[in-house]
Design a protein around this ligand. Structure first.
Ligand code: ZN
Length: 143
């Protein structure tokens, strides 16, 4: 299977069966992200214990790219420390905005989103929930 097809499979799989897709009633903080250009609208829920993301979920709706990106993000960040999470945010953002050909293994399945960087409209879809996540982490750290 060529890489592009494999990547599409991964994205479609997360789109059809989003992971950690529920409203977390007892979250410590949550943030909404809305992309008017596409209509993507998600809320990210975080539970943080001892500076570790002990639980993370999301709810909302959007296109395949935004849904898959958010689903993979929650999978990847669960159990990570806040500083690790911030680093991964940065790595993901770099992958979609800079021309580097090295795949960073730390991003795991999110490498599948790499092809998105050729389409600037789609980059907004892919990064939407990551921005919401960064805001949620900031808010949690302030309180
Ligand atoms: Zn979208």
């Amino acid at each position: 299977m060529i890489y592009d097809e494999l990547y599409q499979e991964i994205i479609l799989d997360h789109y059809k069966m989003p992971r950690n897709f529920f409203v977390m009633e007892d979250s410590h903080c949550h943030k909404n992200g809305y992309n008017p250009l596409c209509g993507d609208n998600f809320t990210i829920y975080l539970k943080i214990d001892n500076k570790i993301i002990s639980d993370i979920s999301f709810q909302g709706q959007g296109c395949a790219i935004s849904t898959a990106s958010t689903s993979m993000m929650t999978d990847l960040l669960k159990g990570k420390t806040l500083s690790e999470a911030k680093k991964l945010c940065q790595l993901f953002h770099n992958m979609l905005t800079k021309d580097c050909d090295e795949d960073d293994e730390n991003l795991d399945e999110l490498i599948a989103m790499k092809g998105v960087r050729k389409f600037s409209m789609r980059v907004k879809c892919a990064t939407l929930s990551w921005h919401a996540l960064s805001q949620a982490i900031d808010e949690c750290e302030r309180t």
